[in-house]
Ligand binder design. Structure first.
Ligand code: HMG
Ligand code: MG
Length: 309
């Protein structure tokens, strides 16, 4: 018998409105984004990444970030966060009182340059200012590291590179690091070994996992993450999304698939999967091809989805 040592509770972070939509220009209107986020706010999630205050030329689909923040109905139990690349991003975010910031950079040099037009070294000094200004405005900052398990331009990424970037981000004051499998290339053994190294170096409790499901391995990787002691996971409602600077990258693991699995295993998240399915059903109808979510297919097909309604 294999004994699984799993956490009793997991914190789930919904990144669909940002990661799910950043690659989808011209499909979803500002009003529809607001409606979707309002539906997500009723699911019991504690964190929603609403949008990005990046350059609108780089990510046109999220150029309405201010308007979305202005018009969503906020639930005081939820942290409404956004990606912030630099000082200009903060300036914009503060005009609409974003609750929390998220900064991002890559473990690999080439993806970092393609994604934010700077070297890793230049990026750190910009992010240092973002975190500092955030602190001044009483905002916490989460950090993302992309290409942790592999880079679409460079291939393998040395775990020492990942450690160095984590060290830098923690030293400038991010409260948590979300480790991105940007192109869905990670496998469970690798997740286990990277997490063991990071926990040894930095202790437990500082890391979240952000799996894209390009190769259908996100749930297997989640199990490896749980067994390695990670209890914070990101997901995208419906499985929508992908990184525009990583060719072929598809969406994050669908939130409802991730949460269904966790709940079936007796792990509590505080999120209601049925309500989450109403949200993915809403956003899914706006696209002309079905979203990747398994639970959504079952829900829309009227099949028994194994949940109390
Ligand atoms: P840049 O062109 O190098 O910027 O872009 P710059 O600092 O040289 O400024 C050029 C002009 O842009 C200036 O205007 C700035 O004011 C303006 P000008 O003086 O020429 O008129 N500008 C801005 N305008 C609005 N908002 C801003 C802003 N910043 C500068 N924030 C920059 C550098 C970082 C801005 C650009 O490369 C960018 O926006 N990149 C964002 C890319 C992105 O969003 N990628 C996807 C998110 S990351 C991801 O998906 C991975 C993740 O999910 C984890 C994973 O899966 O691995 C997080
Ligand atoms: Mg991502």
């Amino acid at each position: 018998v294999v004994q699984m040592d799993l956490p009793e509770r997991v914190t789930f972070k919904e990144v669909g409105p940002r990661d799910g939509l950043q690659n989808e220009s011209g499909v979803v209107s500002t009003e529809q984004k607001i409606e979707w986020i309002n539906l997500l706010s009723q699911t019991g999630v504690s964190y929603i990444e609403v949008s990005s205050f990046v350059h609108p030329k780089w990510i046109p689909s999220l150029s309405d970030a201010e308007e979305v923040f202005r018009q969503i109905k906020r639930n005081s139990d939820i942290t409404y966060a956004a990606l912030i690349p630099n000082g200009k991003g903060i300036e914009r975010a503060l005009t609409v009182n974003v609750d929390e910031f998220a900064v991002f950079m890559s473990a690999s040099e080439t993806h970092n340059r393609k994604n934010i037009n700077k070297t890793k070294m230049e990026t750190i000094s910009v992010l240092k200012e973002v975190v500092k200004e955030g602190n001044g405005a009483k905002k916490k900052t989460r950090g993302y590291v992309s290409t942790v398990f592999g880079c679409p331009y460079e291939g393998n990424v040395a775990v020492d590179e990942v450690k160095r970037v984590c060290e830098e981000l923690l030293s400038i004051g991010v409260y948590e690091i979300s480790l991105g499998d940007t192109t869905g290339i990670a496998h469970p053994k690798q997740v286990e070994s990277v997490m063991n190294e990071l926990h040894q170096e930095f202790g437990a409790g500082k890391f979240a996992l952000h799996f894209h499901d390009t190769r259908g391995m996100a749930l297997a990787n989640t199990i490896a993450g749980l067994q390695s002691g990670v209890d914070i996971f990101d997901g995208s409602n419906g499985g929508l999304g992908g990184c525009p600077y990583a060719k072929g990258a598809s969406g994050n693991v669908a939130s409802e698939d991730l949460l269904f699995m966790l709940h079936e295993m007796g792990i509590d998240t505080g999120v209601d999967v049925n309500t989450l399915l109403k949200a993915s059903s809403y956003i899914g109808r706006l696209f002309d091809k079905p979203l990747p979510s398994y639970q959504l297919k079952i829900f829309e097909g009227g099949l028994d989805h194994g949940l109390d309604s």
